[in-house]
Design a protein around this ligand. Structure first.
Ligand code: NIG
Ligand code: FE
Length: 406
């Protein structure tokens, strides 16, 4: 790993104690430390040491001599770094013309993915390294400290493996998405493509990935194909997550629950049975407001999911087709304004919700022992993330205790 991305190499992590003092509002996401589900502490302090959180609480109780360095937050808000659990960062080219056509009335379809597949296959490795690193850096500037990254624009054995190697330079959360769409050379024999994914492609790709994902939707893969790919991935030790029910109703959510996927992503078109299945599982519903924003589609019904007890995450879904943004504060603002999530729910979903969607307990919160991934806002409260849409409020970012922004 390069150590430049959202997940720096741990032995190089911040080894000098840092006290972040005079915090106006501290979001810990640990109800044992503060008020409500966000574990809010007012007039707080936070101590980072050895790459982890060493202490969090009211500043009146901060342990004496807790750190060598003091940062004065000046009454501003501090929260856990964003955990963006859904990204397609390894690609070449863009789809400006498709976006412009869509904004003049053309609908979004899965077929546009093939435009990016052609550009990605043609791109040299160093170009993919550069463009991926640039997106990761862009995400970090808006407060993302953990990011998931999928393949899915290569769709040959060599091109999928190459995309995963690029992703692995930046994150441990690497996802094999060979089943994104059927590539053009297999257009009239999709089952042969599924067989390739389930055999040689997975053999080459599984060693580089942690997760397996399938785009289970109209224009992509059906229920039987999705099950076959997830089963083949599981046989090689990969953990499942599913692109489910983005473009229309379908079996994606039910399959995600059936295989105990960490997350069902999009979840835009769901039935009562889908909601019930999610509520009685540990599969997180990851909502991707950037996709509905940029495809001018109806948003998922976050209230229905949350009110049924489904854990919800928010992620940026950065990709050149449906959601060309890395900006988690933007996603929070849209989720609050247009999906009727409360400001607190949206901040939880973009931090601890994302961590749950990646089955991680070391990120997404600032309890003692958590990785010291921290965001300082130029605002007195986390609510400003939705109250002040479009304003670049992230002014400081620490990853594993080391300051990387600010
Ligand atoms: O999550 N839904 C599938 N994949 C992406 C879109 C990819 C593209 O259009 O290039 C998504 O929205
Ligand atoms: Fe996606």
């Amino acid at each position: 790993m390069s150590g430049q991305g959202p997940e720096p190499v741990s032995e190089a992590a911040g080894d000098r104690g840092v006290l972040i003092d005079r915090i106006g509002t501290l979001v810990t996401n640990d109800p044992a430390l503060g008020e409500g589900s966000l574990g809010l502490v007012r007039d707080a302090a936070l101590v980072l040491d050895g790459g982890v959180v060493a202490w969090a609480g009211p500043r009146s109780r901060v342990p004496e001599g807790a750190a060598d360095e003091r940062v004065d937050a000046g009454g501003r808000a501090v929260l856990p770094g964003f955990v963006d659990s859904h990204g397609h960062l390894v690609f070449a080219g863009d789809r400006t013309a498709e976006f412009a056509a869509r904004m003049s009335g053309r609908p979004y379809t899965a077929g546009g993915i093939r435009t990016t597949v052609a550009a990605t296959r043609a791109a040299p490795r160093d170009e993919l390294d550069r463009t991926t690193a640039a997106l990761v850096a862009e995400a970090r500037r808006s407060g993302t400290t953990t990011i998931e990254c999928k393949s899915g624009y290569g769709l040959t054995v060599a091109d999928e493996r190459r995309s995963l190697e690029v992703a692995a330079e930046h994150t441990a959360e690497v996802t094999f998405l060979g089943a994104h769409v059927v590539p053009p050379e297999y257009a009239d024999r999709p089952d042969d493509y599924v067989d390739l994914v389930c055999s040689a492609m997975l053999d080459a790709c599984a060693p580089v990935a942690r997760w397996i994902d399938v785009f289970c939707d109209r224009g992509a893969f059906d229920g039987d194909q999705t099950r076959a790919v997830l089963r083949a991935g599981a046989a090689r030790g990969l953990l499942p997550r599913v692109h489910a029910n983005q473009l229309g109703p379908g079996p994606g959510v039910q399959i995600a629950v059936e295989v105990d996927a960490a997350s069902a992503d999009h979840v835009t078109h769901v039935t009562d049975d889908d909601v019930e299945a999610l509520a009685s599982s540990r599969t997180v519903a990851t909502l991707l407001p950037g996709a509905e924003f940029s495809t001018r589609a109806g948003y998922p019904d976050a209230r229905r999911l949350i009110d049924a007890g489904v854990p919800v995450a928010l992620a940026a879904d950065c990709n050149p087709g449906s959601s060309y943004t890395t900006n988690m504060p933007f996603c929070i603002a849209v989720a609050v304004r247009d999906m009727r999530m409360t400001p607190d729910e949206a901040v939880w979903a973009a931090t601890l919700g994302g961590a749950r969607a990646l089955r991680r307990d070391d990120v997404g919160h600032l309890g003692v022992g958590a990785r010291a991934d921290v965001v300082l806002l130029d605002a007195p409260s986390h609510v400003h993330l939705s109250y002040r849409p479009g304003v670049p409020l992230v002014t400081g970012v620490w990853q594993a205790g080391r300051q990387v922004v600010g």
